[in-house]
Design a protein around this ligand. Sequence first.
Ligand code: UN1
Length: 489
Amino acid sequence: MSTVVQLQHYVDGAWVPGSGSPVISYNPARPDEIVAQGLQAGQTEVEQAFTAAVAAKSEWARTPAHERGAVLLRAAVVIEQNAEAWGLELAREEGKTRAEGHGEVLRAAQIFRYYGNDGDRAAGEIFSSPRRGEKILVTRKPLGVVGVVTPFNFPIAIPAWKIAPALAYGNTVVWKPASTVPLLALRLAQALEAAGLPPGVLNLLIGPGSMGNAIVEHAALDGLTFTGSTSVGRRLAAAAAGRGVPVQAEMGGKNPAIVLADADLNLAAEQVMLGAFRSAGQKCTATSRLIVAEPIADDFLAMLKQRTEAMVVGDPTNPAVQLGPVVNDSARKSILDGVAAARAQGASVVAGEDPYDDGDLATGYFVPPTILELPAGRELDIWREELFGPVLSVRRAATVEQAFELANDGEYGLSAALFTRDLTHALEGMEDLDVGILHVNSETAGADPHVPFGGAKKSGYGPKEQGAAAKDFFTHTTTVYLRGGAPTP
Ligand code: UN1
């Protein structure tokens, strides 16, 4: 039995116990096991965090970008050195497999390394002027104090995507991670502390959802970046916009994989399985819809059924396990309710058992990997609503055009995967699929730190994340019309 970690908050360079109500995080594979516990932050800590972030902001903004980057690079080393141990903690607290947990921690290090080096890249632009003796410069400045609100499903990678660029570009941060999976937030703050981040530049508050409101309503807030559910994201974005605060929100997805008749079916089956079931489907980029060409549909569904039934479900810290639990009991209930509703509305089960009702899989928050085929020509909620679990809905398409129409059906447009060996179809997909991220012959999830990440349509709001796109959110530009005076004699 591992030790219980004591949760604390990081405010103005010090670890503090918090003045709010108790918070406990459990192992979702064995809910009688406590992973971490402590007291939540309260309004007192929110005030202290903002005071510290405001006090630190001008000095951090003035620190040369190279020096800010050096702190991030040192943090990357600390994260990497701890990747095994923190990856295991992540698997224990969130429920993704140990290999995925380890991979996520390494990914956080990679993100810190990318932004750590950004201080040595271009810092602005220079234009010619229509007037003699003048140059026009576009320089960048940090927003100031940025609120960072992050979800449970990538408890270190998503914070890294937001915090690394926020700090690299000279902002100070007040950060509220999801209180259901708080442990990796502590680890990230510890890495930055060990790397020599000055006090007040990053403030970590573990608190309830309502703390997101306290952050967005705070008078000292200069920007807000959020990843999480559509309903919370829209509410926070509206509140931020109402106060004139710039906002970046990454929200829902209902991402399709489209398997055309000419696809490499083994590759497509392997990738659809990864997209649908890794992290138990708890990714905004997970594959939750499959659109399969009619002529190959029976064969392809048989391949998926066989692979789904062979999946090893269990404690994610066991290296043989491929699918762990979902994050908590209410997630399990809402996913199972969604499956039951789809079945009641006419969906048929391609693969998937009834809910686990005895043994460890019933005690933990496990959901059987499930594939449902939806009846043609009928509207089912599961086709449009994000379940955030290991559930894939399937429809057949008679033509490529119909496949793309089905893929574009819905309010989200985060990512899509297109499986084809025909270049013409790949090019048509690039043109016609209304998404922020398109994978040709790979799964819908995955993101590299040096390129933009984010959705089309209602999946996101505000500038995209990562790569050069992050700069658009975390800085504002000043256009400088630069002339000299008369030459001194
Ligand atoms: C990935 O696809 O590997 O909330 C990352 C999410 C996304 C991150 C996806 N913002 O799931």
